[in-house]
Design a binder for this molecule. Structure first.
Ligand code: GDP
Ligand code: IMO
Ligand code: MG
Length: 435
């Protein structure tokens, strides 16, 4: 019987979803992306090779696994072609295994121009700190029902007409409202039509293919991008991305029924990070040598894969995880980067927030309220032993186990997997999501 597992980020992204998806793919015949775009940056370490993926699902490194890009993904086909080329240069066959939904809205040159011009027009405090990849403007076009989709690439004449209409509108906004340069129609059209020739052979009805795969007993793995707290509805709005990143989106964004999702794995680091703007209650100083935040930043190599920006770091945040558990319906948790905390003399866990004179135990919705939250901490002992590459739960230091068990008790979801290094094998399994 086929079993489908869904991996979602439980924090503000970069939890290590890519590593865990690659690791779990040995039990799956297909891996599916269902939201976001090339704002995602997923790093996989397999032996002495490192793969950085933005759009191609993290199952691609496993031979024979099909990879699907569902309708919920906003697709920059030019970027995708570059990514495919890099993987193929590294000896990984992609084209025969990558399947793209005709329903994906396209990201074209004007979307990133709009994204960057809008960010530049905002005051420093209100800047979202987007990746500048055009994600927000592309989802706006989708909801406004004017998006060009992968499907439209099959009808070049109609594509050219729709593009003209769209670009007239967006160039008006770019030049007259945002004071930016206009984007050249002929150039966008020529590029899209040239790129379309590479993409067309990979376009399939993803919804039907997933249904068929399951019918034939093939298990599937759904790969979330970003994290639940960046979700457009449930995150720290407006400092969020423009898609739903929660588990429910896996169904709508790939064209399956929600009953086909059998296990939801929430990935969370053993601490917190956030890249870009927005409130972050348990945030630490990452600049002062010797401080815990500095260790998280340096040992955890907390630099964004997509933009190279430093990720902000902070203590583990239970009220934020509780929000994430609520909105995702998690079956189990995976805690990554435990090794990054090795050697810290003490560990703090944020167990609640002081907000308007009261203590609350759940991350409020919306940035303004979150910005008013003052963290309440519980202190635990650290551990001096190394956990790097530890592969069994019993092999972890007593204090590390106590830290994990305290998190488990505070959030009431079992920790099924623990990651102790970037490499595939540096993983502790307590309960297998596919078994
Ligand atoms: P994603 O966006 O959720 O896939 O996460 P990223 O790939 O952007 O960021 C996670 C980073 O941490 C990557 O560089 C991984 O190689 C690395 N990583 C993942 N798990 C571990 C771990 O358990 N320990 C350490 N030290 N690094 C890890
Ligand atoms: P992965 O899949 C971390 C953040 C950006 C910004 C906000 C909006 O690697 O976990 P956008 O370009 O999406 O409009 O930016 O969301 N962001 C991410 N942060 N990891 C990601 O993806 C992210 N994708 C977007 O930094 O704050
Ligand atoms: Mg990432």
């Amino acid at each position: 019987m086929a079993k489908n597992v869904l991996v979602v980020g439980a924090q503000w992204g970069d939890e290590g979803k890519g590593k865990i998806v690659d690791w779990l793919t040995d039990h799956a015949r297909g891996v599916v992306r269902f939201q976001g775009g090339h704002n995602a940056g997923h790093t996989l370490v397999v032996g002495d090779k490192t793969y950085k993926l933005n759009l191609v699902p993290s199952g691609i490194v496993r031979d024979g696994v099909n990879c699907f890009i569902g309708n919920g993904v906003v697709l920059d086909i030019h970027h995708l072609i570059k990514e495919i080329g890099e993987l193929e240069t590294g000896g990984i066959e992609v084209r025969s295994r990558l399947k793209i939904s005709p329903g994906c809205p396209l990201i074209l040159g004007y979307h990133s121009a709009l994204d960057r011009a809008r960010e530049a027009a905002r005051s420093p405090d209100s800047r979202i700190g987007t990746t500048g990849k055009g994600i927000g403007p592309a989802y706006e076009d989708k909801v406004a029902r004017r998006a060009l989709r992968v499907y439209d690439l099959f009808y070049p004449e109609r594509f050219a007409e729709k593009l003209k209409e769209n670009l007239d509108y967006h160039n008006f906004v770019l030049t007259k409202y945002l004071g930016a340069e206009a984007v050249d129609y002929e150039q966008v059209l020529a590029q899209a039509l040239a790129d379309s020739e590479v993409i067309k052979p990979m376009v399939v009805d993803v919804s039907a293919a997933l249904y068929e795969a399951n019918k034939n007993g093939q298990s599937l793995l759904f790969e979330g991008a970003q994290g639940a707290l960046l979700d457009i509805d449930h995150g720290t709005y407006p400092f969020v991305t423009s898609s739903n990143c929660v588990s429910g989106q896996a169904a709508a964004g790939s064209g399956i029924g929600p009953g086909m999702l059998h296990y939801v794995l929430g990935i969370t680091k053993a601490y917190c990070t956030r890249v870009g703007g927005g409130p972050f209650p348990s945030e630490l100083d990452i600049e002062t040598a010797g401080m815990p935040g500095f260790q998280m930043s340096q040992v955890g190599r907390e630099f964004g894969t997509v933009t190279g920006r430093k990720r902000r770091c902070g203590w583990f945040d239970i009220p934020a995880l509780r929000r994430s558990i609520l909105i995702n319906g998690m079956t189990g948790l995976c805690i990554t980067k435990l090794d990054v905390l090795d050697g810290l003399s003490e560990m703090k866990i944020c167990t609640g927030y002081k907000l308007n004179g009261k203590v609350v135990d759940l991350l409020p919705m919306g940035a303004d309220e979150v910005a008013g939250c003052e963290p309440v901490f519980e202190t635990l002992s650290g551990w001096s032993e190394s956990t790097v590459g530890v592969k069994s739960y019993a092999g972890l230091p007593v204090a590390a186990r106590a830290y994990l068990e305290r998190i488990e008790a505070l959030c009431s979801v079992p920790i099924d997997i623990i990651s102790t290094g970037p490499e595939r094998s540096e993983t502790i399994l307590r309960r297998h999501p596919f078994e």
